[in-house]
Design a binder for this molecule. Structure first.
Ligand code: GAL
Length: 847
């Protein structure tokens, strides 16, 4: 989105009054000549571009996947699509008063109760979705309808007005003003429709989206509904093509050359004579360079590529330590009038994979310390507010993670944006490995949309396509070759890979620029490196370690996995995989499966588990003990973590394993103040003791050169008597989008944390805020994500609070649930929701 400031520095003359009048842009301009479908276009004043958030004020109801009479009558007879404009549900007069009001993003799956089909039938679909009733066997909860009324002013005549969906799960049918507009048949790629011809100008308009989540794209929880943002974009008929503006940098010494390019589209019946002007804005917001393309003809109903080059001396490079971001403002000018403009974020950096020496960012060797992640979070499922993306990334960064893989689908723009801003590299993966029109469309959308993002260091065309590796190896090689070639055409600056579980010697692996290994450490990567020493290698998916936060016993009856050394049969502990990938010069590093626990695929158990236990942090982002292994060996700062907790009531006299993760030289362990010995810490390893339990404390003291640098203590606590609520931010924006993430933690009378507390809490909120989700990280909890109550799991729970558009003071209190809770919070948590200018959005029509 372009801000006024960008425009003021973009060199285009602006009138002060229009700056006041337009929220996103520019100034009104008269459209010369004839625009498509307009009788007297010369009279119409047009603002060059507005991008309006279309998230607020929707209505929602369930349809039905098998019974048309419960699906707004859709498909009841043969003739639904027979006459244009006849879909009554997308016209005035349709009664949606009984539909529920909501704002997007929305995931209806997370709201559904858990369901276990114990009739002995195939349970795999339920299991994959974390026991949410989605799929053709659950027609009543697998189809959702969204409806929205919106005004389009008369003054918009002549503009191109598009609706853009960042992602809908899954098959979407879009209707506007009674007309069928189009469909999208996957769950992750963005799609957009030009509505200009269908709209009523100076009148009310109606949009309806039927979303059918009966089919899935994956084998993990995918959510259901319009779970990403929606936009209404208004442009001049002469405008910049969608995701066509590219900035490609080459760096030589202290000089960067930026190749600038864009596509100007002319959706009118008259040719235009135009040029594109670029301004380059540095990380401080200063315009540091400018360029213009030659003036050229943009044919009627055609397009023209415009390009230019600029040079920057001593550019501020993007890196994981200093994620410097530049912006390019590209504007199209025709006959001295600006028609369209956009701001594109980019970074200047080099990223090189080398077969002998691994990965280099800006010429410096850097191991990829990565994690794979799905995209759902506790409380909200796949409808993750933007701010929660940054929160999730900051949790991963805290343990030294410098890269994420968007397994196994195209990410939401806000996840990419967070990586760009926070300096986390990215392996960006498409969902469908196919060169079919559908597969290519998904791939192209991903590459075009994100190719300016400096965080992305490699594209992935897919994950574990067994058939294309072996049985269909010839097709696999051809499909992969087409996909790799398309990536290169759209983005010649990056290498292309895939996540392969196998030897990588044939099929789809042949055309890859760089080879990714899933598991099989060290067997396949080592053998491959010996045989193909010129091909760079990294671990596209490693580890699959398993653990239940705060639990130290693997119990198949309780569906728990101990936090010391749990891992899937095909996987390995953090220590095992990192000792391999972290130590060989030719390995670029790798991506552990997974950063966060995720719903669905509840490995290693089934019902009543509803989420995976692969996460290094749980569904809420609360660290498990493995987190501290990574923190010790992925970060440079001194670090020390001792576990387990020391509340083993009933196990007095039993031997308990005490482990310490630390990157210090030596650790000494004290039990009730008495040393039981000191141990040298092996590089990339840990130290452990066996201790007979008696209540009291254990304390680890870590030293370097004989000097104690860090200590950490675990104390036996009493029962919980109070709850402390803390917020990741106590000041948020009153824009109806921002969130703060609260941590509820139990303490005993002496103020010690109670690591085993499991009390039910009730949350009360007053003021201009709402609780949009709760969680506790328990993989076996079937409590609601949406009710303002949640039990603690091993001492912790999470509450996600969202602002409204009204500023003010929000107060949250955690209280006793069911009469046996640990008491009230000592005092209410206060969050200030401060007045801000919200992003421009489509006004909500009050009913
Ligand atoms: C991999 C797969 C992941 C996940 C993981 C669990 O084979 O790529 O999506 O299922 O196994 O270990």
């Amino acid at each position: 989105m372009i801000t006024r400031r960008d425009l003021l520095t973009s060199g285009v003359a602006l009138s002060a009054s229009s700056l006041l009048a337009q929220s996103t842009l520019l100034r009104d301009i008269a459209l010369p000549g004839k625009a498509r479908g307009i009788s007297n276009p010369a009279d119409i004043a047009i603002a060059p571009r507005e991008q309006l958030l279309f998230d607020f004020g929707w209505k929602f109801t369930f349809g039905n996947g098998s019974d048309p009479s419960k699906d707004l009558g859709f498909g009841f007879g043969q003739s639904d699509f027979s006459k244009v404009g006849d879909f009554k549900f997308a016209k005035a007069g349709f009664d949606d008063s009984k539909w529920r009001s909501l704002d997007l993003p929305h995931d209806w799956a997370v709201e559904l109760p858990f369901e276990h089909d114990d009739k002995g039938s195939d349970d795999s679909q339920l299991r994959s979705h974390g026991y949410k009733p989605l799929g053709r066997r659950y027609p009543e909860t697998s189809v959702g309808w969204y409806r929205r009324e919106f005004d389009v002013p008369q003054s918009d005549q002549g503009r191109r007005i598009c609706v853009e969906f960042d992602g809908v799960f899954r098959d979407a049918l879009v209707f506007v003003n009674g007309c069928f507009v189009g469909r999208n048949n996957n769950g992750y790629a963005p799609f957009c429709f030009d509505l200009s011809d269908l709209l009523s100008y100076g009148a009310k308009n109606f949009i309806v989206v039927r979303v059918d989540a009966s089919f899935g794209d994956g084998w993990f929880y995918e959510g259901a509904g319009i779970y990403r943002h929606v936009w209404l974009t208004k442009t001049d008929p002469v405008h910049l093509g969608r995701w066509e503006t590219t900035v490609r940098s080459t760096v030589k010494g202290s000089l960067a050359t930026l190749a600038l390019s864009t596509l100007v589209q002319n959706v009118s019946r008259e040719a235009a004579n135009g040029k594109v002007i670029w301004k380059i804005v540095d990380p401080n917001g200063t315009t540091v360079a400018g360029a213009e393309s030659p003036r050229q003809l943009i044919p009627a109903d055609g397009s023209s590529t415009c390009s230019a080059t600029v040079k920057l001396t001593a550019p501020r490079l993007w890196s994981v330590d200093e994620p410097n971001l530049y912006h390019a403002i590209a504007s199209v000018e025709v006959d001295g009038t600006m028609r369209d403009a956009e701001r594109v974020k980019f970074g200047i950096r080099t990223a090189v994979f080398d077969a002998d020496k691994g990965f280099f960012l800006n010429g410096k060797s850097l191991k990829i310390r990565g994690t794979c992640n799905h995209h759902d979070h506790a409380g909200v499922g796949s409808a993750v507010p933007d701010r929660l993306q940054s929160f999730r990334l900051s949790v991963l960064r805290e343990m030294g993670c410098n890269a994420v893989r968007t397994s196994h689908n195209m990410p939401t723009p806000e996840w990419v944006d967070a990586c760009d801003r926070m300096g986390v590299m990215m392996m960006c993966e498409t969902r469908q490995m196919s060169s079919s029109p559908e597969g290519m469309q998904q791939l192209e959308a991903m590459v075009k949309r994100y190719r300016n993002s400096p965080s992305i260091i490699l594209w992935s065309i897919g994950n574990e396509e067994w058939l294309l590796q072996d049985e269909m190896a010839q097709q696999g090689a051809r499909i992969a070759a087409s996909m790799v070639q398309r990536c290169h055409e759209l983005d010649p600056t990056r290498v292309v890979s895939a996540a392969v579980n196998g030897d990588n010697e044939k099929g789809l692996s042949e055309p890859l620029d760089i080879v990714g290994f899933n598991y099989n450490t060290p067997k396949y990567p080592e053998a491959f490196h010996k045989k193909y020493p010129r091909r760079p290698i990294y671990g596209s998916e490693t580890s699959s370690a398993l653990s239940t936060r705060g639990v130290y016993v693997t119990d198949k009856l309780r569906n728990t996995v101990n936090c010391y050394d749990g891992a899937a049969d095909w996987g390995e502990t953090p220590e095992a995989w990192w000792k391999f990938y972290g130590t060989r010069e030719w390995e670029a590093g790798g991506f552990a499966w997974t950063g966060f626990d995720y719903r669905g695929e509840p490995t290693p158990y089934g019902w009543p588990s509803i989420n995976s236990q692969f996460g290094i942090v749980d569904m809420c982002g609360f660290p498990k003990d493995y987190f501290f292994y990574y923190k010790a060996w992925w970060r440079n700062e001194p670090s020390l973590h001792v576990f387990p907790h020391w509340n083993w009531h009933g196990r007095e006299g039993d031997e308990i394993s005490v482990w310490v993760y630390s990157n210090l030289d030596e650790v000494e362990l004290f039990v009730n103040g008495k040393s039981i010995g000191s141990q040298k810490v092996p590089r990339l390893g840990h130290v452990e003791w066996k201790v007979r339990y008696e209540p009291g404390s254990i304390e680890a003291r870590g030293s370097e050169d004989g000097k104690v640098i860090l200590t950490e203590k675990r104390e036996t606590s009493g029962p919980p008597v109070s709850i402390r609520l803390t917020a990741d931010r106590t000041e948020i924006n009153a824009d109806g989008e921002d969130v703060t993430i609260l941590r509820a933690e139990a303490f005993d009378r002496e103020g010690r944390p109670v690591p085993t507390a499991d009390n039910m809490l009730e949350f009360t909120i007053t003021g201009p805020g709402k609780i949009i989700g709760v969680g506790n990280g328990d993989p076996n909890s079937q409590e609601s994500d949406k009710q303002p109550r949640r039990s603690l799991f091993n001492g912790l729970a999470q509450v996600i609070v969202q602002s409204t558009k009204t500023p003010g003071e929000i107060q949250v209190e955690a209280g006793r649930g069911g009469g046996q809770g640990p008491g009230r919070t000592q005092r209410n948590l206060v969050i200030i929701s401060k007045q801000v200018e919200s992003r421009p959005s489509v006004p909500v029509i009050q009913q």
